[in-house]
Each structure stands twice: as C-alpha cells, then as structure tokens.
Design a protein around this ligand. Structure first.
Ligand code: URA
Length: 210
C-alpha cells in the first residue's frame, strides 16, 4: 500500500465540516462538531479491523459471534489540536490505548520541535491511528510518524479532517507506507502554512485561544 489517500465523503461529515469552517461558529459548537465528525471518521477508518469468532451465550442459545481480535487499537494525538479528534474517537472506541506526541511549529522555519512523547507499551501488536485535524505543510505529521515508527507499531494510519495537497505530497514523499484518511482536500497553503480555504487555526478554534 503506497501513497494511499482516502477521502471520506459521508454526507454527515461534509455537512458538519462546513459548519466548522464558518467563522461565526462558536468555540463550543466547533468542539462539539469536531467530536461528532471524529466519531464518524473513527467508524470509517476502523472498517478493516480484524474480527474473530468467539463462543457466547445469548438468553436463548449459544453461538459463535464476531468480536475484534488482537490487541486494542492505539490512538496517538498530535498535541494540541489532535485532542479534539482523540476525544471523539474515544467515544466510539473507549478501550483504545492512547499516546501523545507534542510538537510545535517554529513560526520562522515552520519546522516541528518535539516537546512531549508518551506512547503505551506493546504497540508492536497494535494498529496505530495518528490523529491531527490539519495536514498543512505536513512537517509535524512527518516528524511525528518518524518518531512513532521507532516504537515499531504493527501498522499506522494518519487521520485528519482537512489536508492541503502540499501536505499530502510531502507526507507521502517521506511515508509512502502510511495511508492518509481525510474528510476534505483543500486548495492550497498560504504563506504562513495555513490551509486555504480551511477553517482557521484548529487549536485556537477548539480551545478559544488566540
Ligand atoms: N494548522 C491549523 O490549525 N490550521 C491550518 O490551516 C494549518 C495548520
């Protein structure tokens, strides 16, 4: 699997994303919408999780019924904006393990600088979903995935809300083996590395900072 990009075009996701883009959408509403969209994204990106049959007893009979097999998924939030997607996904996958990676973008060079890294054990037997709402320049995502590959996860998927074509190209130039799942691919980046038309600064809109 190389350079795979999956555009998740579910109507509910597209509708909610449009509400999130609107500048008059409040912080509370933005946060709620991000949580809802993230639940829908989680539904889509976990489609191929392996199942195994286990023997259970219903009130009337025994049966072999499907359950998720293997170790729990691990969700990795790229701080701080990844937190919004993480919260939504955890509502759907409450037993997922969680890791965090903290990177900030140097405003001059736009390069990522790591300030926090904590990942659960046993990731070699877990599917890893790396989440960040915005794939803009791709610099943070590229650095995060390089760092996470050091923990040797069983597999990695990158999940975002919005991606810029430049970010997708840069990311896949470095990580062709990591599929990208996104709800939209926007036009381009501006000179500050923000996505156009985009939705603004996801962290600021989610947390009411600025
Ligand atoms: N990060 C954001 O929050 N927004 C962008 O448009 C780009 C990066």
């Amino acid at each position: 699997m190389t350079n795979q990009v999956t555009l998740i075009e579910h109507p509910l996701i597209q509708h909610k994303l449009t509400l999130m883009r609107q500048k008059e959408t409040s912080t509370a509403k933005f946060r709620k919408l991000l949580e809802e969209v993230s639940m829908l994204l989680a539904y889509e990106v976990t489609r191929d999780l392996p199942l195994e049959k286990v023997s259970i007893e219903t009130p009337f009979a025994t049966m072999d019924a499907p359950m998720l097999s293997g170790k729990k998924v691990v969700l990795i939030s790229i701080m701080r904006a990844g937190q919004g997607i993480l919260d939504g996904m955890l509502r759907l996958i409450p037993s997922a393990r969680v890791g965090h990676i903290g990177l900030y973008r140097d405003p001059r060079t736009l390069s990522p600088v790591e300030y926090y890294f904590k990942v659960p054990s046993g990731v070699d037997q877990r599917e890893m979903l790396v989440v960040d709402p915005m794939l803009a320049t791709g610099n943070s995502a590229i650095a995060a995935v390089y760092r996470l590959k050091e923990t040797q996860p069983q597999s990695i998927k990158f999940v975002c809300l919005l991606a810029a074509p430049e970010g997708i190209a840069s990311f896949h130039a470095e990580h062709p083996d990591v599929p990208i799942f996104t709800a939209a691919i926007d036009d381009k980046l501006d000179e500050h590395g923000y996505i156009l038309p985009g939705l603004g600064d996801a962290g600021d809109r989610m947390f009411g900072t600025q």
